[in-house]
Design a binder for this molecule. Structure first.
Ligand SMILES: [Zn+2]
Length: 133
């Protein structure tokens, strides 16, 4: 089963005037898709949601708040590093990804090195496709 994933809510603009800006909450996305959200600040609270879509809907504020994956193990960085442009001797290159053979930057490299935006139709569970169960 997939492992829980950690994320932060980062607010660029304080629409509500309550939470302030910057990193305003820490979250866990559980393997079944449920979410636990812990608000920072003087009166912290914990909220549970059944789906990440509900977090986006309630807290997105039309793009002023972003979900940012926390990747303490550097997993995404390792994936991006593994999918690098193939290089032969003397600095020659085929222009392809040395790992998967797609034109570089390949889709996997782009995926692993792109910051997720709250308002994109991104579901972190999709990221687990292709991993061993
Ligand atoms: Zn690749």
């Amino acid at each position: 089963m997939a492992a829980p994933m950690l994320f932060k809510l980062v607010r660029d603009e304080d629409v509500s005037g309550v939470s302030g800006t910057g990193e305003v909450a820490d979250g866990v996305l559980w393997p079944d898709g449920a979410v636990a959200l812990r608000w920072r600040g003087e009166r912290p609270s914990t909220v549970h949601y059944n789906r990440i879509d509900d977090v986006k809907h309630v807290h997105g504020h039309n793009g002023s708040t972003r979900i940012v994956l926390v990747d303490p193990s550097g997993r995404l960085g390792r994936i991006a590093d593994a999918h690098s442009k193939s290089e032969g001797p003397h600095g020659t290159t085929s222009g392809l990804c040395g790992e998967c053979g797609f034109a570089w930057p390949c889709p996997t490299n782009v995926w692993a090195s792109t910051e997720r935006d709250l308002n994109e139709a991104w579901d972190p569970r999709d990221d687990e496709i292709g991993e061993a169960p």
